[in-house]
Write a new protein. Structure first.
Length: 591
């Protein structure tokens, strides 16, 4: 923008300003970096635009001026110089974020929503790019205006895009300004209004789908349109910020009631979907994030009682798959028995939603979401897997029914042990793969999840994952020499019984690899004692060389159950605290 153009903006008519700014907006609309104006021209351009915005007589230019501000606000380094308290108030006012008294006075006035939307976009950019603007928006009419308009979301005449950007702006403010979260919860009753928006969206989706429920208990799946999905996702993000600092262990009475109501809605959202797969994934992801900050005692509310159908039987919305066991008298070789390909998922009632009289549909959805995250590329696994893995760990720790059901889904009784635990497509296989992942947090969470499902039994964990995969967890917890007292008070009854296929090959399962290995001839067979000693010394020399070159670090297990490095390979011969692999095999797998 040259000096003559800036001069024409300052002295020209509204038509001149509209023509120049439209060209400016079209040129830089898709450029999301600073436009590169010289500081003097940049400041003068702001002066011209703000002068027109403050003049009611130039209302025809306001939308174009705000579009230009949205582009200019991408220059983070200059905002502190050009945005004053008065200028910000003008933009906030144009976004319709006014006090309740002024909002009542505007009831009969015609609202130009195109201007409102552009002003909302400007505010979102300004808040995102400037810390001092964030602080100003916390003390001006921005927050009261947002909460005031929140109460009008039931109005069918209020455009969806206005609701969306209100939630977007509220999310940014609650994310960047932690000080306003308690005020929004208590003074403005933000949790109440936000939960009502979710409730309203669910009711509207039910009405649009014209669903006929068998029973009121059933939160039948609903389909959200794209607009509903976008709004719900933004509301869930704001709720996460507001609920984040609630004491999970001892919420007060009001917080407790909010969380109970919210858990019921989150369960419905887990069952819901959008016609756009990406929006469905975002919906479930934000639901998982919000469930993470709920008090663990609330997870019980994710389970609802199954109603009784006519005749006294329970409803089961998905058919049960029944698998038949081979007869006890069937003659088969050991190798043939364990080579039978059986999908672990069909070993139990494959898609049954009922367990212990409870509807487990929400938990099935969470497991499906976990599996979808396990299929993501390794590069983004840490970010995408952490929330759902953390949630599953907390849920199986907090609720016995959920733990028992999830265990049947993730660790069904073993049948085919011809493959390593990490080989295959089941949840157990994929989680075992993560137990040796280079991503430390993901590795720790997946191992901890499986360990809890095994009732913190070292023998049972080794049975399902193999000692090699479990070694990292056992070393970090000091369990290399056996188990300690579990941190959770588990039930005393056994939940596992070995299948006939597994019993046949149990004694030939290598506990280190976790797979069946047929008997092999000993490599030392036929050697003299001198030859055996010679081979042993060769091994010692190789290990010593690797140790001195810092390729490996030999360790031995101390009294604390953790590995401790040794300075010399010869030290391994003194007081070796290594557990015999045969001691790891779990023959009874009983509590």
């Amino acid at each position: 923008m040259d000096p003559s153009t800036v001069g024409l903006l300052e002295t020209g008519t509204d038509q001149d300003l509209m023509r120049i700014l439209k060209e400016f907006n079209e040129k830089y609309e898709q450029q999301f970096t600073p436009v590169g104006l010289e500081p003097d021209y940049y400041d003068r351009l702001w002066d011209v635009i703000m002068t027109r915005l403050s003049d009611p007589a130039s209302s025809s230019t306001h939308q174009t001026c705000l579009s230009a501000i949205r582009i200019l606000s991408r220059d983070k380094s200059s905002l502190h110089r050009v945005v004053s308290k008065d200028r910000l108030s003008i933009i906030v006012h144009m976004a319709g974020l006014v006090s309740e008294e002024e909002a009542l006075q505007r009831l009969n006035q015609q609202i130009n929503y195109d201007v409102v939307i552009e002003a909302q976009k400007c505010l979102s950019n300004l808040v995102y790019n400037s810390t001092f603007i964030q602080r100003m928006c916390c003390v001006n009419s921005c927050i009261p205006g947002l909460m005031c308009r929140l109460k009008t979301f039931r109005d069918p005449d209020l455009p969806h895009i206005v609701k969306y950007f209100d939630m977007r702006l509220l999310f940014l403010l609650t994310a960047f300004c932690a000080d306003i979260r308690p005020k929004l919860r208590s003074e403005y009753h933000g949790l109440t209004y936000l939960i009502e928006i979710l409730d309203l969206s669910l009711k509207m989706a039910h009405e649009e789908s014209d669903l006929q429920c068998i029973s009121r208990y059933m939160s039948y799946p609903v389909f959200f349109n794209d607009e509903q999905s976008e709004l719900i996702n933004e509301v869930l993000k704001v709720l996460y910020n507001l609920v984040l600092h609630i004491d999970k262990n001892s919420p007060d009475e009001e917080e407790d009631s909010h969380c109970l109501r919210l858990i019921s809605i989150l369960r419905s959202l887990l069952l819901a979907s959008s016609r756009c797969p990406e929006k469905t994934d975002a919906l479930h992801s934000n639901t998982v994030n919000l469930l993470l900050v709920m008090p663990p005692t609330m997870y019980e509310s994710m389970l609802v009682n199954m109603p009784e159908a006519p005749g006294g039987h329970s409803y089961n919305t998905v058919p049960t798959v029944v698998t038949t066991q081979p007869s006890a008298g069937a003659s088969a070789q050991v190798e043939a028995a364990c080579f039978t390909e059986v999908d672990d998922a069909t070993a139990i009632s494959q898609r049954s939603c009922e367990y212990d009289g409870k509807d487990m549909t929400a938990i099935i959805k969470l497991l499906d979401f976990l599996e979808s995250r396990l299929n993501t590329p390794v590069q983004s696994a840490d970010k995408s897997l952490m929330p759902i893995l953390t949630l599953m760990v907390e849920m199986v720790q907090a609720n016995r029914t959920i733990r028992k059901f999830v265990r049947l889904r993730v660790l069904p009784p073993l049948r085919d042990v011809t493959k390593r635990p990490e080989e295959g497509r089941t949840l157990r296989n994929k989680l075992c793969t993560l137990m040796t992942s280079p991503l430390h947090d993901v590795k720790h969470l997946s191992a901890n999840f499986l360990f809890i499902l095994c009732k913190e039994s070292v023998d049972r964990l080794i049975k399902y994952t193999g000692y090699g995969n479990a070694a990292g967890l056992l070393a970090s917890r000091g369990l290399m020499l056996g188990g300690n007292k579990p941190t959770i008070d588990y039930s005393s009854g056994s939940e596992d019984s070995d299948t006939e296929e597994y019993v046949r090959v149990r004694d030939m399962v290598n506990p280190v690899t976790g797979r069946y290995e047929p008997p092999r001839p000993s490599p030392l067979e036929g050697m003299t004692d001198e030859q055996k000693e010679h081979e042993a010394m060769k091994l010692v020399n190789v290990l010593d060389k690797l140790t001195r070159n810092n390729v490996i670090q030999p360790c031995r297990i101390g009294n604390d159950g953790k590995p401790h490095p040794v300075e010399s390979v010869m030290e391994l011969q003194e007081g070796m605290g290594v557990m015999n692999p045969q001691d790891c095999s779990d023959h009874s797998d009983s509590d």
